[in-house]
Design a protein. Sequence first.
Lengths: 372, 192
Amino acid sequence: VAVPKLNAFGRAFEANGFRFPAGQDPEMVKLPRLPIGAEGQKKVFPKAVWPTDISLPTALSAFVVLRTNITPDDPDKTWEFEYPHEIELFLADTIGDHFSHFVELAYDEGELAGDAFLQWDYKPSMHVRIGGINPQAVEFREKNRLTVKHLNYGDIAPEGSSFALLDGGAGLEVWGAMNGPGGSGGLRYRAGVTNGNGTTSDDNSAKDYFAGLEYKFLGMGQAGGPTSGGSDKPWIDNSVTLGAFYYSGKESLGSYDDTHTYLAGHVSAWVGPLNLLALYSSQTNDNPLGDGLEVKTKAWFAEADYVALPWLIPVLRYDHSTIGSAPAEQLLIPHISVLATANIKFYVEGQLRLDDAGTGADKYVAGVNWGF
Amino acid sequence: MRTLLFGSLALAFAAPVVAGDIHGKVACRGTRDCADAVVYVDTIPGKTFPPPQAHQKINQQNLVFDPHVVPVLVGTTVDFLNSDSVLHNVFSPDACAEKFNLGTWPKGQVRSYTFKKDCIATLLCMVHPEMEAFVVAVPTPYFAVIQADGSFKIADVPDGSYMVKVWHPKLKATSKPVTVAGATEAAFEIAR
């Protein structure tokens, strides 16, 4: 749709292990690949190394985020240039017929970080990923949002806990997608295990577990199909997707542990150029402050993304988050993305607090992202 | 006059069966193009063809087999020349080519193998695992390598009905009957 939000084809491309659906990669890929071993060596296996191939040159890309942050009511700083907010380098490729990989090196808010995964792509309905994974709702992943503001359910924690679902983590996951009847819609699932504390080393022996499932009605098949003439509006994919996910893990907080569990349901509907999204998450922390008291957190949001023109996408989101018995935090997020080219995106966003506690905490962001 | 008449009759009876050709296009789905595909007439019942005396040649130069795909009549001997300054080997993992292994030899030397059966023989080099070629040994002398754009022409095919096959290294082979009457057009489609 607009970087980084994927349209239905982008999701199907991902579901095929970053390959064109229906085995169309060989005729679609323009640059010939470098074989590492001839195809015929497969006949010699196990008396030879199984052949593979890589792209040449290796696909290297970069993504840069510059932001201007405006906080009118902040007594210390009403505005700043955050140039850069983030610089990322990506290496991503398929490796032979059944592997793919992704490597990310990021300079993010003054810190260097890395992430990588290797993925075995048995078929669209079965991938196994090892490395940095994203144990979030199948449909609503942080990395694919249009807004600057994170999705609330992944960025909220009660006092005492430092765990945020959006951080992802090191681990293993199995996921896949398959088309529904007639080749449209279909199922997508994801399940796995992670350290549970981002990409840092684990702080305990306990692992976090997650599972997510979604079903899409109508629209392009989750695993895609043979491409034909294509549409002049490739973002349109009239469909409804319903899903749910579960996440459970343990965080060690000094002398005590806190177990956090999430249960969430979500819906996404495309009607012409309009994408409506909503998610409700119920989170429980059994001991975030070490006093044995459980804290429940409810977070939900509703968002509308409207592709007015291929280069002009206004977004409006409402976030509602409640931690324990505290008053809800309410946020209205108007956003507009303007693509100068397919790889240069300007945007303006407001993050407007509607709750009393948020008085004076409004924030505005103007920025530009580009990739190459 | 009588001599001329008998002479003409004799020529008429001795003339070969009228030969045409099979030409047309192959649509290759699932690859960038049709390069390396082979089209050939399959076994003709009751007909055998003596293998050619001349050897087919495949050169190993700049770490590639040249040509990459070679269709031959069954019984043809193929000579493998090493034109590189490094050692080369040629072997086939395919049973129809007796899983032959010609050993390893230096620049300028030739080793040969006779393809005795119908066979799609993958040729590999043990020294250079990225090297690959194919010998497509077919039962008739009516064959052609298909152009990258899918066009082909098998010349000098006698009129008659035949089973015509298309093979590609990465796509599923296909076949269909073709009746040749002079210049005959045929179209094929192959896919993964």
